[in-house]
Design a protein around this ligand. Structure first.
Ligand SMILES: Nc1nc2c(ncn2[C@@H]2O[C@H](COP(=O)(O)OP(=O)(O)OP(=O)(O)O)[C@@H](O)[C@H]2O)c(=O)[nH]1
Ligand SMILES: [Mg+2]
Length: 327
């Protein structure tokens, strides 16, 4: 099994220093990217807690209000407040720093069950990743980044231009594929998406491709059309490989806040998701939504995106995320 964004610990694994440098680089971008969420959400709470000598009921109420206005949702807020209340009652919070640390730990606890990285199973070949999401959420960008990481890890990657609704979408993927030496299977705009992806899978099998990543449309004439089309894609490719798709990845734009939850629920009900990529965490103050997503959806968060560059998409790490939120 290969975690696609972590290099193999084999002969070609990087020196520890190199790995550290890489981590520092991403961590810095993550910290910078989360600046707006920090100023709306965590900085205020940290200041509130550290500004008091000890935690009491009044402070807890203030914290609760701040949490509720930070997109993290009622249920995650309840978990955090309950945990602090219980520790307070057991005299486990000796000072304000202990209270803050305790809050951070509980925040990590909310995210941890969703920290399940995407791993390729070698016996599934090609490993089929179906990428879905509404238009503009970052699907094509995310596909590009995943493809390059996989290619760098020595995998043979192929893309399927399943977004046949937008004429420019096919071309966009083709140009990108040509430039990066990654084959793209496409048909003319307006072609049947399921047929394009079926053809791509057939071709990927013939060419011993390791990973096939399928792009899909974000918008059709109606939302019902879109869901029906995605269901059809799943049905059709099962004819070639009963276990495919191996990953149905929803790309969610974090900057839409609470709407991300409804969106994810709709897709999940219609086609069954196996993973999430949460993009555009940079430049939004609504990054707290990730706690609501983790708490309410319980779908693995595979990746987070903090920018448009190739290195701005990373495997989700709960500890790193919370640390960056308070950095
Ligand atoms: N700041 C920022 N921008 C991003 C991120 N991910 C994607 N984008 C940008 O968001 C815009 C839309 O991204 P696309 O990848 O084209 O989105 P899409 O889901 O394929 O959109 P459609 O093809 O229209 O359905 C582009 O300008 C991307 O560069 C991110 O993590 N941060
Ligand atoms: Mg696209």
């Amino acid at each position: 099994m290969l975690n696609i964004f972590k290099r193999n610990k084999s002969a070609d694994s990087p020196l520890p220093e190199e790995e550290n440098k890489e981590k520092t680089g991403f961590f810095k971008r993550l910290t910078q990217g989360l600046a707006k969420t920090r100023s709306r959400f965590t900085s205020g709470i940290a200041n509130l807690i550290l500004g008091k000598k000890t935690l009491d009921k009044d402070v807890l109420e203030l914290i609760e209000t701040q949490l509720l206005t930070a997109d993290i949702g009622v249920s995650a807020t309840e978990q955090l407040i309950q945990s602090l209340t219980q520790k307070l009652a057991r005299n486990e919070l000796s000072d304000s720093q202990a209270a803050l640390t305790s809050l951070q730990t509980e925040m990590k606890n909310i995210l941890l069950p969703c920290q399940i990285p995407l791993t390729l199973q070698e016996d599934k070949k090609p490993y089929v990743i179906l990428v879905v999401g509404i238009n503009g959420s970052g699907k094509t960008t995310t596909i590009g980044k995943m493809a390059k990481h996989l290619q760098a890890a020595g995998k043979k990657v192929m893309l399927a231009a399943g977004d046949t609704f937008r004429a420019a979408a096919v071309e966009q993927l083709q140009v990108w594929g040509d430039r990066n030496d990654i084959p793209v299977i496409a048909q003319q705009p307006g072609a049947d998406t399921a047929a394009v992806i079926y053809d791509a899978l057939e071709s990927a099998k013939a060419r011993a491709i390791d990973v096939l990543i399928a792009d899909t449309a974000g918008r059709l004439h109606t939302q019902t059309n879109l869901m029906e089309e995605l269901k059809k894609v799943k049905r059709v490719i099962t004819k070639l490989d009963p276990s495919a798709p191996h990953e149905t990845l929803l790309v969610l734009d974090a900057s839409i806040g609470q709407n991300a939850l409804n969106q994810a629920q709709q897709f999940h009900q219609a086609i069954g998701l196996t993973g999430l990529a949460i993009t555009k965490l940079d430049g939004t103050a609504k990054g707290g939504i990730i706690f609501a997503i983790a708490k309410q959806l319980n779908i693995p968060i595979r990746f987070i995106g903090v920018g448009e560059g190739i290195d701005d998409l990373r495997t989700f790490d709960a500890d790193e995320f919370v640390t960056a939120l308070f950095d």
